[in-house]
Design a protein around this ligand. Structure first.
Ligand code: OOG
Ligand code: MG
Length: 254
């Protein structure tokens, strides 16, 4: 398959929530080609009417790298269709084998791209919020190499945002507790995200620039999971508490 055919392959899997064999089973993709497939697959979504509303960073913590066996920081695009309601019901039917993970979100007030310092990055931030990302690799058994996962839009599939707070809050070491049905399952800190989530924003600015894009005012940037992700199942309630930033959650339906 050429890059456009691979884009259709991953896009159809995402659109129909159908699992597919790994691209690397046949020919592993280079990182460069994988980002080209991702960009082409996103063009297909935009053509269906979805709007790009930001980006997500992935594999920015040790816990995540270890869980999936890939140790490169990656990124993917977020669209309006991926947003799920805080406090709402997330339907399993839209997903293949979704997992949920605790994150921090940034809301941009100014454009940002290229090589920037942490100070410059924070000066472009309007607000910060607790976030839950629903990741859903389209590949069989949630297994992939770095090229597979990048081509599959870095497993982006859903996210929930909490209340926006002042960006003056020190994000470097906020406690994060992810509970399922009221029982804490993953306990961590925002420090797990590259030592400080702002470093993920710095990396985001650099990585979008290398794709010829920029973070725009109004964009959302997800900094990456602070802990391992938890498999979702119908009937569960998911709650994330982030120190200072508050609580968010959702229920899982069929
Ligand atoms: C890849 C996406 C990783 C994160 O926050 O680290 C990611 C995956 O785990 O499927 O979203
Ligand atoms: Mg994530």
């Amino acid at each position: 398959m050429n890059l456009a055919e691979l884009a259709e392959y991953v896009d159809e899997a995402a659109r129909t929530a159908t699992e597919i064999p790994q691209i690397s089973d046949k020919t592993p993709l280079t990182v460069e080609d994988a980002y080209a497939v991702q960009a082409l697959s996103m063009q297909r979504r935009y053509a269906r009417g979805e709007k790009r509303i930001g980006i997500k960073m992935g594999l920015t913590s040790r816990a995540k790298m270890v869980q999936v066996g890939v140790s490169d920081v990656i990124w993917g695009r977020l669209t309006d269709a991926m947003r799920e309601d805080e406090g709402g019901v997330v339907s399993m039917a839209k997903y293949v084998h979704p997992r949920v993970e605790p994150e921090i979100a940034f809301l941009m007030k100014k454009p940002l791209s290229g090589n920037v310092s942490a100070l410059e990055a924070m000066a472009a931030v309007e607000a910060v919020a607790p976030a839950l990302e629903i990741i859903d690799s389209r590949y069989k058994a949630f297994k992939f190499d770095v090229g597979d996962v990048i081509a599959d839009n870095s497993s982006s599939s859903g996210f929930v945002l909490g209340t926006w707070h002042s960006p003056e809050i020190d994000l470097s070491n906020l406690g994060m507790v992810l509970s399922i049905n009221g029982r804490p399952q993953e306990i961590g800190s925002s420090a797990a995200i590259l030592g400080n989530p702002v470093r993920s924003l710095v990396a985001a600015a650099r990585m979008v620039a290398s794709a010829g894009e920029e973070l725009k005012a109004g964009d959302i940037v997800l900094a990456g999971g602070a802990t391992a992700a938890i498999p979702m199942a119908a009937g569960q309630s998911v709650l994330l508490e982030v120190e200072t930033l508050g609580m968010i959650g959702f229920n899982i339906g069929e």
